[in-house]
Design a protein around this ligand. Structure first.
Ligand SMILES: [Zn+2]
Ligand SMILES: [Zn+2]
Length: 258
């Protein structure tokens, strides 16, 4: 499985994109930069998208992706919690901001098909085995463990300040976990209110996992606040060093073979 980080940040700027991933060129993980970082032909290769939650930075490029590829006659499968799908349908694809791309706009089939996922109930999406895992955020959020047949497994937690050990223990054990670290430690209060992770919060979750004897895989931090990036990167490095784990910051256009 080849995983490409399209966006590794919480906000977008000239050289930073919303947190978003592309697996093997065909499976999107969130859609915050699924159009802005891909050429039109690459957008046309996307067959399915797993959505973690409804926040704008995670769904923003859906209308653009849909309209760019509208004429190709292919339907893109969107997977998300019922709450996520409802919010996308009601607030983004609603004939107010954008056309409802879940309905046919002409003789061709609808561009998007919304599929509801249930936490802890595995399913198959374009040949990948996918396990959605519920983790706390300010709105319903699921992360995913995605396994290729045959091949490795990769996980993405979505936005959360909660315990993420479910993504790398037992049979779901991912080889690489992408997790969010949005704020530096000194903005703990802001992180707590918005339910985002700090390096210190991550450290305490990982310590618990280590105490429980859980092996911690390679971890890549994303969803960083652009303006606090240097501070976050420094604090992540000290957590990795202290716990002797492979914990590194992600960046746009980073590619990993899993
Ligand atoms: Zn969020
Ligand atoms: Zn977010």
């Amino acid at each position: 499985m080849k995983v490409r980080i399209l966006g590794a940040h919480k906000f977008e700027s000239r050289h930073a994109r919303h947190t978003c991933f592309l697996i093997d060129g065909v499976l999107g993980l969130d859609a915050g930069s699924l159009a802005s970082s891909l050429g039109a032909a690459e957008q046309g290769d996307v067959q399915a998208v797993l959505l973690t939650h409804q926040h704008f930075d995670h769904v923003r490029d859906l209308p653009t992706l849909g309209l760019t590829t509208l004429g190709d006659g292919k339907t893109i499968d969107l997977y998300g919690l019922a709450e996520t799908n409802d919010a996308v349908h009601q607030h983004l694809l609603n004939w107010d901001l954008y056309p409802d791309l879940t309905e046919p706009l002409g003789p061709e089939p609808a561009k998007f098909k919304l599929n509801s996922v249930t936490p802890q109930e595995g399913f198959r999406a374009i040949g990948y085995r996918v396990s959605p895992i519920s983790v706390p955020h300010t709105v319903p959020n699921v992360g995913y463990v995605i396994r290729a047949d045959p091949g490795g497994a990769v996980a993405y937690t979505g936005d959360t300040d909660g315990d993420i050990s479910a993504f790398f223990k037992d049979d779901l054990a991912a080889d690489v976990v992408f997790l969010e670290v949005s704020f530096p430690n000194r903005l703990h209060d802001q992180a707590q209110i918005t339910k985002h992770m700090t390096p210190a919060g991550l450290r305490s979750h990982l310590l618990e996992a280590l105490k429980a004897g859980i092996r911690i895989p390679k971890m890549v931090a994303v969803h960083m606040s652009l303006e606090h990036q240097d501070e976050i990167v420094e604090q992540i490095a000290s957590v990795g060093e202290e716990l002797s784990i492979d914990l590194t910051p992600g960046h746009e256009d980073m590619e990993l073979e899993v």
